[in-house]
Write a protein that binds this ligand. Structure first.
Ligand SMILES: [Ca+2]
Length: 497
């Protein structure tokens, strides 16, 4: 097929799918603003735009965002935990191309470009607010992983796995023996080349306030804003009082170095002791954990509403491309729910990698639509690039533009996570994944996966999204075919980036 025919077919397909005219000359149109919103550890069932969401979940502002555009009920991240997933999301590549061990800390190589770098080169003004996490080189300004060193003009947030929601001041950091533990982190936020202390305020609100301010300031130029909330990641119980009241659950005291007792291997007085205590089931039990989680999520949803209102007020709502995604599946030990999927964060079961996702762009994307194909977080970079008019010439990008090709029936998706792996092709998924509870036993909200060994399991996800019926023994040829596909992909691509 020659190029012009291909282009004509593609243009018609886009016009049909997204209700826009194929005749329009994109170069004469104003480039869209781009807002990438990332939530943290949000469960598949904890996103009310999806059918069959948990009945106790109400996220009306996420519904408003989703109804203005397209939802993706089969959206995957490239890893079941924060850091590698975010590496894939930011680069459009499977992070195990360069991190062959498929670890918690892939980092960001100098040669791998990020979305922010592409957009900055194209003339966008860029900012990141919230969490920055590549699993390595935390808390440092002088590394590739720091947002100012991979395409962002501005950064306000934290470079760590997690941050306290309430304790964001210099004063508390001074009194804490371990403000920069690997996971446990509190104190002032990193702001460009220095720190910004917040003696008061709740982190989800702070990030939104700063994002709204950014939108107002940059309203006259195309901007790329990444708003990466740490909600709904633990420490999940830290929620403003009005939400605790709504979900009828008691407040738990904030960390105080003078009164913190020892916990596990963590010394008395340490923030690590507080963090560990409340990231495991025990100090908080299942039923209350779910309430804290729902309260935390409700606050996040209200904040999403605030940023949507701000875009509308500035007249930017029509021509802003918003991508919303969770960085991995819900963590049952923090009260998330992934039903009807199996398992959750930390594993390659569907509950670990299939996540809430929606795209809104009223000027281009048809409202109220659903993409029924299976897509990946690596698709976000090519999608945003296309919207911004950026041509990608890098042959090792694993994603594709979701606004040009809504189908996903014949592509191969691959996952590598420690000694586990998975592939998806059509309705089929082959994986050797095992059980992984993370930091504790499965909660009442955990749907127990069917196996805890590393043998190969085959599922037809169209008929069996919960991965209950292992077809491996019945279909050895399909197992072989998918195993070969995985092996071939690895031999052709690992180490190339
Ligand atoms: Ca996460």
């Amino acid at each position: 097929m020659n190029q012009s025919i291909k282009y004509a077919i593609l243009s018609v397909a886009i016009a049909i799918l997204f209700g826009c005219s194929a005749q329009k000359n994109q170069s004469n149109e104003q480039r869209p603003n781009v807002l990438l919103i990332v939530s943290d550890d949000q469960g598949y069932a904890d996103f009310s735009p999806f059918q069959n969401h948990s009945p106790e979940v109400s996220t009306p502002n996420l519904e408003r965002l989703a109804e203005s555009g397209m939802i993706f009920p089969q959206a995957y991240t490239t890893a079941p935990v924060c850091s590698p997933s975010r590496a894939g999301l930011n680069t459009g590549k499977y992070q195990f191309r360069w991190d062959e061990k498929a670890s918690w800390g892939p980092g960001l190589p100098d040669t791998v470009k990020t979305i922010a770098e592409y957009l900055k080169e194209a003339g966008y003004t860029t900012a990141r607010i919230g969490k920055s996490d590549f699993g390595t080189n935390y808390h440092r300004f002088d590394v590739r992983e720091y947002p100012l060193n991979h395409g962002y003009d501005e950064f306000l947030g934290f470079s760590a796995h997690a941050h306290d929601y309430w304790l964001n001041s210099e004063e508390i950091a001074q009194r804490t023996p371990d403000p920069n533990g690997t996971s446990a982190h509190l104190g002032p936020l990193m702001h460009n080349n220095t720190y910004k202390s917040y003696p008061k305020g709740y982190l989800t609100d702070i990030f939104t306030d700063e994002a709204i301010q950014y939108v107002k300031t940059k309203r006259d130029q195309p901007f790329f804003l990444t708003l990466a909330y740490n909600s709904v990641h633990h420490v999940i119980h830290e929620v403003p009082q009005k939400y605790l009241d709504k979900y009828q659950v008691k407040p738990i005291h904030n960390y105080d170095p003078d009164s913190m007792e020892t916990f596990g291997n963590q010394p008395p007085g340490s923030y690590s002791a507080y963090y560990e205590k409340y990231t495991r089931l025990g100090a908080i039990q299942d039923e209350d954990m779910r309430k804290y989680y729902l309260a935390n999520l409700n606050c996040l949803d209200d904040n999403i509403g605030r940023i949507l209102d701000a875009l509308k007020k500035e007249g930017l709502d029509k021509n802003t491309l918003i991508v919303y995604i969770s960085d991995n599946g819900g963590s049952p030990i923090t009260g998330a729910l992934n039903a009807p999927l199996s398992a959750g964060k930390y594993s390659l079961w569907e509950g670990g990698i299939r996540v809430p996702m929606a795209i809104s762009w009223p000027a281009k994307v048809k409202a109220g639509s659903t993409n029924t194909g299976y897509v990946s977080a690596v698709d976000i970079l090519p999608t945003i690039a296309e919207a911004a008019g950026v041509t990608l010439t890098d042959g090792t990008i694993d994603g594709k533009n979701l606004l040009a090709d809504a189908s996903g029936s014949d592509r191969l998706l691959v996952w590598k996570w420690g000694n586990t792996w998975a592939v998806r092709s059509g309705p089929w998924k082959l994986t050797n994944t095992n059980e992984s509870w993370g930091k504790g036993r499965p909660s009442n909200y955990y749907i127990k996966p069917i196996s805890n060994d590393l043998s190969l399991k085959l599922f037809n996800l169209e008929n069996d999204p919960g991965e209950r019926i292992n077809l491996a023994e019945q279909m050895p040829e399909k197992v072989q075919e998918l195993q070969n596909a995985y092996t071939n992909w690895c031999s052709e691509n690992i180490g190339k980036y």
